[in-house]
Design a protein. Structure first.
Length: 258
């Protein structure tokens, strides 16, 4: 059993390495064949040098820390609110049928469309990025939670009634664990969406963070630094996704789902 797990881990690492190598080769091929000026489109080597410069000479770790703090506040608060409301609305179907049209109206609107109002209400700085992250993650998790609660096997409700389980134990011990697999998928998807909009939110008014570095690199015509920051953003997103996946598996294991 352990050997099988080790083989799977090795294959996973191999797949990751191969995919990254192929990506770098395609990048280098485009740079070479296209004959781009490195001021417009840097080579992988130029991007690596810029990465080294960022970590050795600039305060990139401070910017990463600022972005992570904004992301954690916006994303975690959004997920908590969305799951909490989704669990309640999923049980109150008669009320949700009146709320759902409003949610469906607001859901397709890009969080960036609200940015002028957000800046007017909260000013510039950290808050706009946090609010944009909150909006980006909220609706997918909310709707998925409502749907998951509605699809719970009625047998769970009958058994809990037979054992005399009532609220709030019913919600946290029966409904949430039963609906969690579908909720977890939406939380996972919302992570990527929220991370994308973090960078977009930081491009407006922030004086720190990865989004700020993007704007600063553009203003200084440093395409190599710009690409280096893009790589950092992608790698952090990949790490966050992996961490969330491990956390999800642990919760499912605790509740006997995996």
């Amino acid at each position: 059993m352990k050997n099988t797990k080790n083989i799977k881990k090795l294959l996973s690492v191999k797949n990751i390495l191969v995919s990254f190598i192929v990506l770098i080769l395609i990048w280098q091929l485009i740079y070479t064949v296209g004959g781009f000026n490195k001021a417009l489109f840097p080579s992988p080597y130029d991007a690596v040098l810029a990465l080294k410069e960022l970590f050795l000479e600039n305060s990139v770790m401070t910017d990463i820390g600022a972005s992570m703090a904004r992301f954690a506040i916006g994303y975690i608060s959004s997920v908590i609110c969305a799951v909490f409301l989704g669990l309640i609305l999923g049980r109150l179907k008669n009320i949700f049928q009146y709320i759902n049209p409003v949610i469906q109206l607001l859901r397709p609107i890009s969080p960036m469309a609200w940015l002028p109002f957000i800046v007017l209400w909260f000013g510039i700085g950290d808050v706009p990025a946090v609010v944009i992250i909150f909006i980006a993650a909220f609706f997918p998790v909310l709707l998925s939670t409502v749907s998951a609660v509605g699809k719970i096997d009625p047998v769970y409700m009958k058994v809990s009634k037979s054992f005399g389980i009532k609220q709030p134990q019913l919600m946290w011990k029966i409904i949430l664990p039963a609906a969690f697999p579908q909720i977890a998928n939406s939380i996972h998807l919302a992570l990527g969406t929220a991370w994308v909009f973090l960078v977009a939110g930081e491009m407006v008014g922030s004086q720190s963070g990865l989004g700020y570095l993007i704007i600063d690199s553009r203003n200084n015509l440093r395409a190599d630094t710009l690409m280096a920051v893009i790589i950092i953003i992608g790698l952090i997103g990949l790490i966050l996704d992996a961490i969330l996946g491990l956390l999800e598996k642990q919760i499912l294991k605790t509740w006997g789902e995996s």
